[in-house]
Write a protein that binds this ligand. Structure first.
Ligand code: FAD
Length: 336
């Protein structure tokens, strides 16, 4: 276990924001973490769990304790004739899991290739991309209850996964340190090629396979998203808003080119990027905080932007989208 004070978080968030935390606790051993929680030396202070920092925005120094789970093991916990249950430590980079599965012919997560971040965050965010969501593949989550100082094993169903959402973001916010996640992978994968552009990109290089889908998705992502090393960002800053069908129909009548997608039970998902672009924000900046000039859903740090500058830009965008379309968009990024 590593315990440090006044740690610089700039290298630990993909927005590249200058911020420090009071205490930093990095741990790869559940037992040690439970012992530490029993004594709670930080009583009364705020706590936060940070993985790869690819979905957070620090708007100030963090005055409390940051936990950084670093469990790195990976094992096949069990298998059946058709499925493999892969148990992975929270500190493993998510894309390493996808690469490992694809190389062995295990399917179900290939469309989530190259989503940044660590395994521990995957159930929190219910990461999704190119028609897949990880919630469909999570069998169980092992976590430590910070308040009670005990270990819990939580089933996938209990996590109540929704669009970029789970109980870890709602009722259970900041309550658990996730230490391991078990994914249910398929030995007889069915390919999902129907999401925009995937089939065409796969077919450019040959027959669909887990490997060709992974490569196609990597190429699509590289073409559409700015590289965090060149232009620090946290991916999609806003979630796509889900509205009642009647609202979507009224907007479609006014804006016939507006993209919309069925979202179950009389709801429709709108494209936040399109709304932001139509409101005139693509490429605009406030100081060093800017809207990416190729993808309006992504906010970028052009250099020395502060977290507050990015949050202010996000707030202006949110108000402007509401003024133009009567729809509130909410951040996907965790603002601290
Ligand atoms: C260029 C780019 C592209 C992206 N594309 C996508 C995409 O296609 N789809 C998508 O869904 N996301 C995308 N994201 C967002 C991001 O990759 C995911 O949200 C990812 O799951 C965050 O992982 P992380 O380890 O960096 O989490 P962090 O940013 O460190 O944390 C995110 C949240 O999870 C919590 N958390 C992290 N680890 C744990 C843990 N072990 N226990 C408890 N809570 C924890 C944190 O407290 C926080 O609330 C993208 C980001 C970038 C920068």
């Amino acid at each position: 276990m590593i315990i440090k004070e006044h740690v610089n978080l700039k290298p630990r968030n993909t927005f590249g924001i200058e911020a420090r935390c009071r205490y930093w606790i990095e741990c790869d051993d559940e037992g040690q973490l439970l012992d530490l929680l029993a004594s709670r030396p930080w009583r009364g202070q705020e706590t936060f769990v940070l993985g790869g920092g690819s979905n957070v925005l620090f708007t100030a120094d963090f005055p409390g304790v940051i936990f950084h789970p670093a469990m790195k093991e990976r094992e096949i916990a069990s298998e059946t004739a058709t499925e493999v249950f892969l148990r992975v430590g929270a500190g493993v980079p998510w894309d390493d899991v996808v690469r490992w599965a694809v190389e062995r012919g295990y399917g179900g997560i290939e469309n989530l290739s190259m989503v940044p971040g660590s395994v521990g965050a995957t159930p929190v965010q219910n990461i999704g991309a190119y028609g897949a969501e990880i919630g469909e593949r999570i069998a169980r989550v092992e976590a430590i209850d910070v308040e009670r100082g005990v270990k819990r094993v939580i089933s996938g169903e209990e996590c109540r996964f929704g669009y970029r959402d789970s109980l870890f973001k709602g009722e259970w916010k900041d309550r658990f340190i996730i230490t391991r996640v078990t994914y249910r992978l398929s030995k007889t994968p069915r390919f999902h090629l129907d999401y925009r552009g995937v089939r065409e990109e796969v077919e450019r290089t040959g027959e669909p396979s887990l490997a060709s889908i992974r490569q196609a998705i990597i190429r699509l992502r590289e073409a559409r998203l700015p590289d965090v090393k060149a232009l620090p960002n946290a991916g999609s800053f806003f979630k796509n808003p889900v509205v009642e069908r009647s609202i979507a129909e009224r907007l479609s009548a006014l804006f016939p080119a507006m993209p919309s997608y069925p979202a179950g039970e009389g709801n429709v998902k709108l494209a936040a990027g399109w709304l932001i672009e139509q409101a005139g924000w693509k490429g605009r900046a406030i100081g060093e905080a800017a809207v990416h000039d190729k993808q309006a859903l992504v906010l970028v740090n052009k250099g020395g932007a502060t977290g507050s500058e990015i949050a202010r830009l996000a707030n202006e965008i949110k108000k402007s989208v509401f003024m133009n379309f009567g729809v509130w968009i909410e951040p996907e990024v965790n603002i601290l």
